[in-house]
Ligand binder design. Structure first.
Ligand code: HEM
Length: 199
């Protein structure tokens, strides 16, 4: 089984060689990854960072940007997850196929982010903040990335203040999503690694 919704389906033909399964899976998630790269290029100031730092922010942050973007795949009411083919699978089925705590955490995250009812502009700006807040362990110009992050956070705060002037907690709640995304990223990396080292 392949219980990641970036796959077309969770069912895997057990007789197929692992590299073929991985190639087909790649074909389904690569377009989304490319869109994150294109999105990053449009963040004002991102392309002024060194190539090295651009690559490392993308390596560390692509999952987190995708997580935000694919929140609508998690249907909290119906308790289903839509895969890339568009087909929906119940949490119970996915759990019987090996999904666990991470799936729960993603549902919880999705429910809380969806409750903030952000519009497209707010989502984009939040995603930009997520990307430049990615793990800095491999970054050369930490000061430059921090300056870009600060300008994006200021823009996000202004936009949220303008659109949600009567709900002062929305901006704070969004910033509190950053460590949650980091934690989902870490848990997800472990699942990915475990999957890859299986024969
Ligand atoms: C699990 C790959 C992005 C949600 C997995 C697994 C792999 C994987 C290999 C383990 C599958 C298994 O053991 O059956 C990837 C790759 C991604 C990606 C290469 C990069 C594009 C995402 C995103 C989300 C997501 C953006 C959420 C929107 C999940 C979930 C699981 C999972 C819910 C199962 C969690 C559990 O076991 O509880 N992913 N994934 N993945 N992934 Fe992804």
């Amino acid at each position: 089984h392949l219980v990641c919704p970036m796959s077309a389906s969770p069912f895997v033909d057990a007789s197929r060689p692992g590299h073929e399964v991985w190639e087909e899976f790649s074909r389904s998630f690569i377009p989304a990854v490319r869109e994150v790269v294109e999105f990053a290029k449009r963040i004002p100031g991102f392309q002024e960072l060194s190539q090295h730092d651009q690559v490392n922010l993308l390596k560390a942050g692509t999952f987190e940007v995708l997580m935000v973007r694919f929140v609508p795949l998690f249907d909290v009411q119906q308790r289903t997850v839509s895969f890339m083919s568009g087909r929906r699978y119940s949490v119970d089925l996915l759990r019987s196929m090996g999904a666990g705590e991470l799936l729960n955490c993603m549902f919880e995250f999705s429910e809380k982010l969806a409750a903030l009812q952000l519009n497209d502009e707010e989502m984009s700006l939040f995603s930009a903040v997520v990307l430049v807040s990615a793990d800095r362990s491999a970054i050369e110009d930490v000061v430059g990335v921090e300056a870009l992050q600060e300008s994006l956070i200021r823009a996000l705060r202004n936009l949220i203040m303008k659109n949600h002037s009567n709900e002062s907690s929305v901006f704070t709640k969004l910033l509190l999503k950053l460590p949650e995304l980091r934690s989902l990223n870490n848990m997800h990396s472990e699942e990915l690694l475990a999957f890859k080292i299986q024969p």
